[in-house]
Design a protein around this ligand. Structure first.
Ligand code: KE4
Length: 425
């Protein structure tokens, strides 16, 4: 047995499914997951010493590649001063100043420990601010695993065929209206049917959790107009896209100003983090100023703040967005060329360092068209890439990520592997 297999056997005795997050279990692509011993740049090294070019990038945080020396040094320096204080610390202020600078729509921000906490808290804040109970989300969007949002969710929930998780009381689910993405009539009808009852609309402005899906032209502007007209808050969940697709996320690319934004991943430099922010008049409803309670023992943790500050400062120094887009285009071009040679239908939606491959002739614009793609064929493609030394997200319904560290031999090698994997199907 390999070391990963031995570890997985032990893990399955003690951890449900042997993993601490379901999508890591490889259940939808087959085979057993490898265990990672270390990570550097664009590569993971498995417990058995195998090097893999990584297109998961720890699901988004590693935009500068793994174990970047500047981020490592920042954590090491912070570690000299201790790990957690339970009081405000200077880096929390610097992180807040950076987030407000990167996202002009954010006047005030609250740190927390995960994207789930960020979206759960933003929803509660929207309900407290508007004094309304219903929320709107979109089929396939994944905003973490809080009860109100685990309804028709994407990512691991969709991957494992339980987009409506067990354990969510019907009373909770009833307050969540789920609409099709990219359907303006549906949003208008929902507001008409629920006058004065909808607290907010939460959306992944570019979806990353059904695979990568872009909004139709004008769709986000329609969400903005409809929420304003009906007194509901517009929440952009930019946990994935924030800092990754542009300095100011999708709201900068699309020039749409949401009322609240949720963030995570990159702002922790790989350590546990989440954040939510928006207009001061809304944020000031949060305790200790206002009636909406929200808290966290490790919120603003000094190690996570140091890592995140280093990550954000690097973004400003490097301004990597054009390079990341070029690298993303390189991979999808290689995949399309290989598919064309085989006469195989392939959709490859891509913006910057986020993209997906859907094996389907139909352009993917929502959850149904994503589900119409051939997930079994993706599983075979995933295994062929892994055999070639390239690790993709282990699901047909996830976004691929790449980092500045992929530039050079790694991206060239990855394009070869992806192309030959498609040819082998
Ligand atoms: P976390 O609670 O996992 O930190 O963040 C939840 C979340 C919220 N919003 C968006 C847009 C997200 O993509 C996520 C988490 N993303 C998944 C990847 N599809 C995390 C991977 C996992 O669940 O293991």
């Amino acid at each position: 047995m390999s070391i990963s297999e031995q570890l997985f056997a032990r893990a399955q005795q003690l951890i449900p499914g042997g993993v601490n997050s379901p999508v890591r279990a490889f259940r939808s692509v087959g085979g057993a997951p490898f265990f990672t011993q270390s990570a550097n740049g664009a590569r993971l090294t498995t417990a058995d010493g195998r090097e893999l070019i990584d297109f998961v990038c720890t699901w988004g945080p590693a935009i500068h590649g793994h174990n970047h020396p500047r981020i490592r040094a920042a954590i090491a320096s912070a570690l000299e001063r201790g790990t957690s204080f339970g009081t405000p610390n200077p880096d929390e202020v610097e992180m807040a100043e950076l987030i407000v600078d990167f996202f002009p729509s954010i006047e005030k921000v609250r740190m927390c420990n995960s994207g789930t906490e960020a979206t759960m808290s933003a929803i509660r804040l929207a309900r407290g601010f508007t004094r309304r109970d219903k929320i709107i989300k979109f089929a396939g969007c994944y905003h973490g695993h809080s009860d109100s949002l685990l309804v028709s969710a994407g990512s691991g929930a969709l991957t494992h065929g339980n987009p409506d998780s067990a354990g969510v009381p019907a009373a909770f689910a009833r307050e969540t209206i789920v609409l099709p993405y990219n359907d303006t009539a549906a949003i208008d009808a929902a507001f008409a049917a629920n006058p004065g009852a909808i607290a907010c609309v939460i959306v992944e402005p570019y979806i990353g959790n059904v695979g990568f899906i872009k909004p139709d032209a004008g769709y986000l502007a329609h969400l903005r107009q409809a929420t304003t007209a009906h007194g509901a808050l517009l929440i952009f969940d930019e946990v994935m896209t924030g800092f990754r697709l542009a300095r100011g996320g999708v709201q900068e690319l699309e020039k749409i100003t949401p009322d609240l934004t949720t963030l995570g991943k990159i702002i922790g430099g790989g350590l546990p983090v989440g954040a939510f922010g928006g207009r001061a008049e809304i944020m000031d409803h949060l305790a200790p100023l206002g009636p909406v309670y929200q808290a966290g023992t490790l919120s603003g943790n000094p190690l996570a703040m140091a890592a995140g500050i280093a990550s954000l400062r690097l973004l400003d120094e490097l301004n990597p967005y054009l390079k990341l887009d070029r690298l993303g285009r390189q991979v999808v071009a290689a995949a399309q060329a290989a598919a064309r040679k085989k006469g195989m239908p392939l959709q490859t939606p891509q913006v910057g360092s986020m993209f997906s491959l859907f094996f389907t002739p139909t352009p993917v614009r929502d959850m149904p068209t994503a589900l119409a793609s051939d997930a079994k064929l993706f599983g075979r493609f995933f295994q062929a890439c892994l055999d070639g030394g390239v690790f993709l997200p282990p699901s047909a319904y996830e976004t691929w990520f790449l980092s500045t560290a992929h530039e050079g031999e790694d991206i060239a090698r990855a394009c070869e592997v992806v192309s030959s994997a498609i040819e082998s199907l």
